[in-house]
Design a protein around this ligand. Sequence first.
Ligand SMILES: [Ca+2]
Ligand SMILES: [Ca+2]
Ligand SMILES: [Ca+2]
Length: 268
Amino acid sequence: MNKHPEDGMAQSQIKRDRRLLSRIFCVAACLLGIVDLASAQPGVAIGVIPAAGPYTEPLTVHVGIGCYSTDLWQGWSFELVHDSGATLDDVVASEMLLATSVDTSIIEIQSTGFSVEVTYTTTVFPIFPSEESHLYEATYSVDEPVDVLLQFVEPALLWPGGIWSPLPPGHRVVRFLPPFLRGDANRDGRLDLGDVFRLFEVVSTSGYPQTDCDDAFDFDDDGEILLGDMWGLLACLFTDGADPPPPYPACGFDTTDPGWDCIESVCP
Ligand SMILES: [Ca+2]
Ligand SMILES: [Ca+2]
Ligand SMILES: [Ca+2]
C-alpha cells in the first residue's frame, strides 16, 4: 500500500529536523574543543574530554562520540588503552546509554584498558563527551604525578544496514598534577624577592606565564596572572599584606576554579 503523501512529507521533515539537530550538536562540540576536527575524518570521532587533577586522587574521564556529520548511526566499538603508569579503577556506562535500546553492551576490563561493542535497535543521536553527556565514565589512579596517554584502538561505527566503518584512532592526555606552593614563581620552594622579580618578568613581557607551574603565579587565586599578583606578593612579604589562598604555606593543590596547570614542581 502506498504511503499517504503527507506521511512522507512529515517523515522528511523529521529527518531534516534530526539532521539539523545533529549538525547543531556537532558544531557546538567542535566549538567547545571536544572534537579535533583535523583528525575527525570521515566526520565522526570517539573522544575523551580532557581531564586534569591532583595525582593523589582518582580521576574520572568522560568518554563519548563527537561528530560533524549529518548522518546518524546505530552502534560503535572501540578499545581504550592507557599507559602502564596508570591503573584503571572502574568503568561505568552512563545512564543515558543504559536508558536507550541497547542490543549489546560488552565491557571487558583488562590490565591495559577496556573494550566495548554496542548496537542499538533504533538510530541514536550523537553523544558528545562532556560531564553531562557521555557514554562511559572511566576512573584512573596513579602513584606519582604523570601525564597518562589514553588511546582509542580500532574504533568503528555501525551504520544503518549493519555496515561497520573504521573511525580515526584519536588520543587524549589525562594530566595528574603535582602539588605546588602558591606564589613560588621561581620554583625554589620558598617565597621571597626572587618570586617578585619572576612574576614581574612574566607579567611585563608575555602577560601569560606558559611555565611548568602556571598555578604558582596566580598569587590571589582569581584565575588571572596580572600585576596584582605581584603587588599581593610584595605586600605579603614586606608589609602586613594577606597571605595567599591555599596551597600556602605548605605545598598542596589548587582547590578552586578557575585554575592553571602545574606540570612540574619542587614540592615533594
Ligand atoms: Ca620562590
Ligand atoms: Ca591572579
Ligand atoms: Ca584556582
